[in-house]
Write a protein that binds this ligand. Structure first.
Ligand SMILES: Cc1cc2nc3c(=O)[nH]c(=O)nc-3n(C[C@H](O)[C@H](O)[C@H](O)COP(=O)(O)O)c2cc1C
Length: 206
């Protein structure tokens, strides 16, 4: 694969990995820190409000896993959904992950206006996605999870976050073991892209 093909491959196969993970294989701190150095190259309209918390301590992981299960059960009950087997696979083994990486924001302002919300979260979340890609490139599987935001006060207490900080995304990480990551089914660009004005699509012949 040439560099362009490699990048396209990583970008289009950064799937959620909840199964086929190697819970025994450690992920050294320098590997995760290298990924975070790449992640923080993401655009930021603010003065780097992102902060990362890597949780390895067994007791903390167990507490987080238990909160995650509660949040999932509450969501499923509230929306009348069925829990998918893959979601159970993640929930059941969350505490066994070599690490849980939280992408946090510090100094979250009082965000009532949509433009401010877009500017604030848009300056932190791209780093979380870049982190996923950097992990994917190293054969480390993860899933973008924000379910725990429903319990952010408890998570903040567990992780000892300062006042005004929020744990926005949790990426459970483990090396993949035999996972075959493919492109997802998504609408083609021509169906979701308009030209010059909303609703103006172009057919393949144009
Ligand atoms: C904002 C956001 C929050 C999400 N939160 C969770 C979550 O808490 N738990 C979970 O299992 N999946 C969560 N997902 C879904 C997965 O990350 C993933 O996108 C989904 O399972 C589709 O899989 P794919 O990305 O491989 O196509 C979330 C996705 C997004 C975009």
């Amino acid at each position: 694969m040439n560099p362009l093909e490699s990048i396209d491959h990583i970008l289009s196969t950064a799937r959620s990995v909840r199964r086929k993970l190697d819970f025994e294989r450690p992920i050294p701190d320098p590997v995760l820190l290298d990924c975070i150095d790449i992640a923080t190259q993401a655009p930021s309209g603010l003065s780097e409000s992102w902060r990362f918390v890597i949780v390895r301590d067994d007791d903390r992981k167990a507490d987080i896993a238990s909160l995650y299960r509660t949040a999932l059960e509450e969501l499923v009950r509230a929306r009348g959904l069925d829990v998918k087997p893959t979601q159970n696979a993640l929930t059941d083994r969350l505490h066994e992950m070599p690490a849980l990486v939280f992408v946090c924001a510090e100094d979250v302002p009082d965000l009532t206006e949509i433009p401010q919300q877009v500017a604030f979260y848009g300056s932190v979340l791209p780093a979380a996605w870049s982190l996923m890609l950097a992990l994917r490139a190293r054969e480390i599987g993860t899933t973008w999870t924000s379910l725990l935001m429903a319990r952010h006060a408890e998570v903040s207490r567990l992780l000892e976050l300062p006042e005004g900080a929020l744990p926005l995304v949790m990426l459970p990480v483990a090396y993949t073991k035999g996972a075959r990551l493919r492109r997802a089914e998504r609408l083609p660009s021509r169906e979701v892209t308009y030209f010059d004005r909303w609703g103006m699509t172009r057919s393949a012949e144009e």
